[in-house]
Design a binder for this molecule. Structure first.
Ligand code: IFM
Length: 801
């Protein structure tokens, strides 16, 4: 009914409708070349960085939405033209579906008894977007078709193209290289430092080229566009090369297909760095690569390698639970998006152009979903981020866009704190405490150069020192420019405001560090950390409770925000959830605060971040933000913040609410409640936020794929609901499940050992482990020491609730 079907066996979604409420995209990548493609073939391709080395164009926000993309035109003998992606030609098809799989998308379309199957993926070992097109002639007579493949090319630096493209379009060229039978494209105006980098772009086919075009405007014709290009109408391109103008890569081939037979044509949109400086060598390399890759077996080999990469990644944690929608998010789509956030942070999707740089806190959190699947990647990121922390312990907030730009160095009270989460997670996962002794330079005071070296542990201690040196009147961390919430700094413009949420976060940091200090017998640090914690817990509990819930922060004048007495933002989600996560306050306070969350913030499709939303211009002089109430930071369902309510309820042992909150946010579940046209976003990807009340677009999902929701949903589900939580010396099993479940299983790789874990729930409890059985040996608690499994390749574990 909603136009899509999941196939969990194949880890895919089949989208059967073309006119979804927006582009439902899938990312294609080999880790160096990246792209995304929608259900209609709209999409973007770049290498390394979508703002700097963009290969194709994609117009965001403008009509027609979701264009251009990777377009195929099939022209039959009678002049009928259609596209297997429906777009751009939009001829009515006899059959259509788009299937997104991890890292690749397959379109199947049929017209006049011709079936076209187009597979788009980026080769694992080559920077080539592959367009593998199989055409099956289901007629009883042979036929001949013309196939045109087309992509609009870009001036590479997105922002520059928007501002100065009218000059830069005289600084690039396209030409047809007869030797390799490819269209080639070179953009010739490098930014400083990019002379060696700018890629030579090429487009090739494994079939004889009939005609080509490197000139977008000649290919489409005057006042036409991708829907009705003149070249396709005529059935031939004009073999245009350009030395100025708007570039494209269009190739035309002819295919004869016998009755009831299949033919393949594959197109290769590739890029190799160094086009300005090593053009001849690169042309030679392209020719050699293509000699090999024009063999379809080699194409299939690359596709298989890509599939294997994903199989291994997704195989690191797989559950079987009696809740298919949750299982799908936990096993398939959540982890896929964890790769996307690890690669793209918050920068690029169908609405975000790629200019946003790596955020310190964002990446620290994103890596929490990566440590157990690819700890090396997470460790590299950790060390990179630590090199952006000053000796004083605070950290920069975002990197600069250009290499010589100053980063956003205004200190937030939380950025540096997230490091402890990542270090703990890495050690718990790998067991490698030596990480603490590895050295990383601090960031110099000029915000760019390298400062003194310090060990990872010293970096963490520096962070604690920073927080201790920046406490406010109530002894809570000064908010400074903000805490996790970007715009909470509004209440701290004179620098005196304090954050209750950051104080709770700080307690969690101290808990992690105390556990580490005990583990490594660092008694000096242990004493210091315990004192800091004692003081902080005391300050929170003394100053931040309003009788029913926790304040969110104090403003510059020491007034509480998030108080019953406030007109707007009377109650905020984060300080209620983090009271539980940090275990501050009494159990009764924690429960009461979470009951208030349920009562005031729950919408049944997520928890709003605060209520009531602050009035905006022109009603009040100094609003919390420009967001209308119910939008974004001002009272939307903030999905990232919502994840912490799942953890909080799980920690309180309330499985019913914990699972309700998990299920409430599953996009497919929301669509089932309110329909695809209200939710609009993909049914498989976590959003950053969902419009809340009183906005008339309540229910609209925003900023899918690239959000902090991804990592924390993963942590919430795997560690707190399914209850497989790595600690420094092993795994703690602490499930929080619906009572009706009889059993469930988790397959997880831990420090190289394959764990087959079966959870049995004979008494229909919601939590509490009676014993664990490891390869026949019984442990009468919920803690599996690594020592017990370290010599095994595989362990069968039974956990009895
Ligand atoms: O925590 C931030 C994040 O860094 C960027 N997006 C919004 C979040 C909440 O303000």
């Amino acid at each position: 009914m909603n136009g899509y079907i999941f196939d969990d066996e194949k880890r895919s979604i089949c989208i059967e409708k073309t006119d979804m409420p927006g582009p439902w995209i899938n990312y294609l990548s080999n880790g160096h070349m990246h792209g995304f493609v929608s259900q209609c073939g709209g999409g973007l391709l770049w290498i390394e960085n979508a703002a700097k080395y963009r290969i194709t164009r994609y117009r965001m926000h403008n009509l027609p939405i979701d264009s251009p993309g990777f377009y195929i035109y099939i022209r039959e003998k009678d002049g009928t033209v259609w596209s297997p992606t429906f777009r751009p030609i939009e001829t009515k098809l006899d059959k259509f579906n788009a299937n997104h799989f991890p890292g690749k998308t397959v379109f199947t379309a049929e017209k006049n008894n011709l079936e076209a199957v187009l597979t788009l993926f980026i080769m694992l070992e080559y920077d080539i977007l592959t367009w593998k097109l199989d055409i099956i002639n289901k007629n009883n007579s042979s036929t001949e078709i013309d196939v045109f493949a087309y992509a609009e090319l870009s001036q590479q630096r997105w922002l520059d193209e928007q501002t100065n493209g009218y000059y830069w379009r005289h600084m690039h060229k396209t030409w047809f290289d007869r030797d390799s039978q490819t269209i080639q494209y070179l953009y010739q105006f490098p930014a400083p430092g990019d002379v060696e980098k700018l890629p030579l772009v090429y487009f090739a086919s494994n079939r004889k080229i009939q005609s080509f075009s490197g000139d977008r405007d000649a290919f489409v014709g005057n006042y036409r566009y991708e829907k009705n290009p003149i070249a396709v109408e005529k059935g031939i391109c004009g073999n245009e090369e350009i030395q100025s103008g708007e570039p494209c890569a269009a190739l035309h081939t002819k295919i004869h297909i016998n009755a009831n037979c299949k033919e393949n044509v594959t197109f290769y949109l590739g890029a190799v760095s160094g086009g300005l400086t090593h053009c001849n060598e690169l042309q030679e390399k392209i020719k050699l690569d293509l000699n090999e890759l024009r063999n379809i077996k080699k194409v299939d080999e690359q596709e298989n390698k890509l599939d294997s990469w994903w199989n291994e990644f997704l195989g690191k944690f797989e559950c079987m639970i009696p809740d298919e929608n949750a299982q799908r998010q936990i096993n398939i789509w959540g982890p896929i998006d964890s790769v996307n956030t690890a690669r793209y942070s918050r920068s690029v999707n169908a609405n975000a152009p790629g200019t946003r740089t790596l955020g310190f806190r964002d990446t620290c959190q994103d890596m929490l979903a990566i440590t157990y699947r690819n700890s090396e990647v997470a460790k590299d990121r950790l060390k990179f981020l630590m090199s952006k922390q000053y000796k004083t312990g605070n950290a920069i907030h975002c990197l600069g866009f250009n290499d010589d730009d100053l980063p956003d160095y205004h200190t937030r009270c939380d950025d540096h704190m997230w490091l402890a989460f990542l270090v703990y997670s890495l050690i718990a996962e790998t067991g490698d405490v030596n990480l603490l002794n590895e050295t990383v330079p601090y960031l110099g005071v000029d915000h760019l150069s390298e400062g003194e070296e310090a060990t990872v542990w010293e970096h963490l201690i520096a962070g604690v020192n920073f927080t201790e040196n920046n406490l406010g009147e109530h002894g809570l961390p000064l908010t400074l420019r903000g805490d996790w919430n970007d715009i909470i700094g509004k209440f701290s413009q004179e620098g005196k405001g304090e954050s209750v949420f950051a104080a709770q976060q700080y307690v969690v940091v101290l808990n992690y560090m105390i556990e580490i200090a005990e583990f490594i017998d660092d008694n000096n640090s242990l004493e210091y950390l315990k004192k800091c914690k004692e003081k902080q817990v005391e300050n929170i509990t003394r100053h931040s409770w309003n009788g029913e819930w926790w304040y969110r922060c104090f403003d510059d004048d020491g007034n509480p925000i998030g108080s019953k007495k406030n007109d707007f933002g009377k109650i905020w989600l984060n300080s209620q959830t983090w009271a539980v996560i940090s275990e501050t306050g009494t159990r009764e306070q924690q429960r009461n605060a979470m009951d208030a969350v349920k009562k005031y913030l729950d919408t049944d499709m997520g928890l709003v971040k605060l209520t009531p939303g602050f009035e905006t211009w022109p009603n009040v002089k100094d609003p919390f933000s420009g967001y209308n109430p119910g939008n974004g930071e001002n009272g939307a369902v903030f999905c990232h913040a919502h994840t912490w309510a799942i953890i909080a309820e799980a920690k309180l042992g309330n499985s019913e609410l914990a699972w309700k909150y998990y299920n409430d946010l599953i996009p497919h579940n929301i669509i089932s409640k309110i329909g695809v046209d209200k939710y609009k976003a993909e049914p498989y990807s976590w959003c950053s936020n969902i419009v809340g009340y009183p906005n008339n677009k309540q229910g609209w999902g925003n900023i899918s794929h690239i959000s902090g929701t991804v990592a924390w949903m993963n942590v919430a589900a795997t560690q707190y609901l399914l209850g497989v939580r790595p600690v420094l010396d092993g795994i703690v099993f602490e499930p929080c499940i619906p009572k009706k479940w009889d059993e469930y299983t988790v397959k997880r790789v831990y420090r190289g050992v394959k764990l087959n874990i079966k959870f049995l729930n004979p008494e229909h409890k919601s939590g509490g482990v009676t014993n664990i059985e490891v390869n026949g040996e019984i442990i009468n608690n919920n803690h599996l020491p690594y020592e017990l499994i370290k010599n095994l390749n595989e362990a069968n574990i039974k956990v009895v609730l």
